[in-house]
Each structure stands twice: as C-alpha cells, then as structure tokens.
Design a protein. Structure first.
Length: 261
C-alpha cells in the first residue's frame, strides 16, 4: 500500500522495524542493574493460565519488566523531573520526518563520546544527499560498531558510549523533537545524576522547577537497533508507544523509505 505524503510516497507494506523485542529469556538486553523480564502465567490455586497445562482455555500471562532497562522505550522529560510528566501526554503525533545517521563515538579518556561534530557533519551530509525539503523532526543515531548483540547486550557497569552535552544542545537547537539512539542512555552510565545530555535536549534547567521553555513534547527513544542494511538518509518515522501513563513506555519505532522523490 502506497501512501502519498506531500511530494513523495512511502510503501506501508515495507516497514523497517528498529525496535528490539522483549522476551523473558537470556536473549533480552538489560541495563541499569536489574534482572531479566518475567513473563509467566497467572496462577489461582491449581488453576494455571496456560492452555498447555490443561486447565485454562486461554494463555494469561503477567509481565514484569522495566521500560528503561529492558529494551526499546520512549521517554519524556518526566524521566528526570521532580514532578510527574507522562510520555503518553507528551507524544500525541506519531509520524515524523526523520534522518538516520551513523556515528563512530570518539574515545575521550575512558569514555566513548558522540560529539557535536559527529552530529552536525552527519546531518549536513545527509541533507546534501537528498532532495527532501521537509524539516527534520526526528534524528536516529546508529552507533559503530553495530554488532547484532546490541539486541541482547548486558549493559550494567560497562560504561556505554553516550552523547556529549554540546551534541544534545545542537540537536535541540536544530529543533529536532525526537531523538532515537541504539544505546541504553544518552548520558554517561555513572555521572552522579548530572544527566547533561537529557537536560540539554529537553531544555530542563532545574529538575525541581521547570522553565516554561522546557521541551514538554520532545522524546528520547533508547535501545533501538538499526541493522547495517538500512542506509543513512531520510525516512518517515512512525513512533508508537503503549499507552502507559508513566515517564517512559516500551515503544515500536518503524521507518519507511521514501520513494518517488
Ligand atoms: N547516569 C545516572 C543514572 C541514569 O542515567 C539512569 C538510572 C536508571 C535508569 C535510567 C537511567 N538513565 C537513562 O537514561 C546516574 O549516574 O545517576
């Protein structure tokens, strides 16, 4: 099915899923020192909500998981604020003009850092290589190396790469509302709660007293996976969350290639 959007088309029958699936096996990725997700049938006495156990007509599982630690999730500024803000209230539109870029984080001391130069250079290159004139609403950052084990990596205490404060400020100043990345956080794992990139992107100056120009509708999606076959460039992004009233929700970002431009 082709959909016409402004001056180009996308093929809805060719979705590119950049989410990581969530399972209760050792395959599941984990960040932030928690255990793997639990998915198990409800039990009432000798009744088990599992058809193969012979007592139940339906499979009826409880699921225990953490959106930040167990896979692809989208968060709003409520992730870092004293007051409660829900991603389900922040994200009210679901299709965006997006640019996929690939960056190799730079070694700075003990850290691997995505710098402002990485972002500005990659954005300009992809600008020059396409005719799409629409304003970029979302940026998708694929980091190198791009091993498949990102889909099941155990990130706790590994000091993963992160985004510099300058890079996050540059993205905000580019008026990009949605940031997607294949890492567990845009910030350094152990940073004493500084959260410089989160704050810069959302324009949060004081987490206890929000400034009026904080970016209430901007979102960060972490722990995506973009496989190597998907070229850098322009896409239409469909960013969907489950309707949790929480700072973050598991999410399913989908890309569509742009045809006929
Ligand atoms: N770097 C923070 C912790 C942190 O960022 C964090 C902790 C638990 C769950 C998610 C986190 N950040 C996600 O982007 C700190 O060291 O305090």
């Amino acid at each position: 099915m082709l959909a016409k959007i402004n001056n180009f088309e996308i093929d809805l029958s060719k979705p590119i899923d950049i989410s990581i699936s969530l399972t209760n096996t050792e395959e599941n990725p984990i960040a932030w020192y928690i255990e793997k997700p639990v998915i198990e049938p409800v039990v009432f006495g000798d009744w088990i909500g599992k058809v193969s156990e012979g007592k139940s007509s339906t499979n009826f599982n409880n699921i225990f998981f953490n959106p930040h630690g167990h896979g692809t999730h989208t968060e709003c500024l409520g992730h870092i604020t004293n007051d409660f803000y829900s991603v389900n209230q922040a994200l009210k539109q679901f299709f965006f003009f997006a640019k996929l870029i690939t960056v190799e984080p730079e070694k700075i001391g003990e850290d691997l850092v995505i710098t402002k130069d990485h972002i500005s250079t990659s954005l300009n290159v992809t600008n020059a290589s396409t005719l799409l004139t629409e304003k970029t609403e979302a940026i998708i950052i694929r980091t190198l190396p791009n091993q498949k084990d990102k889909k099941s990596r155990k990130y706790s205490n590994t000091n993963p790469p992160y985004l510099s404060e300058d890079a996050a400020t540059f993205i905000r100043e580019s008026e990009i509302q949605h940031l997607l990345i294949d890492l567990p956080s845009v910030d350094k794992e152990h940073d004493e709660g500084k959260l410089l990139a989160h704050k810069a992107f959302w324009n949060v100056k004081d987490t206890h007293q929000l400034n009026a120009d904080a970016r209430f509708e901007a979102t960060i999606t972490e722990m995506i996976f973009v496989s190597d076959e998907i070229p850098d460039g322009n896409y239409v992004l469909n960013l969907q969350i489950a309707s949790f009233e929480n700072d973050a929700s598991p999410s399913k970002p989908i890309l569509y290639s742009i045809v006929n431009y």
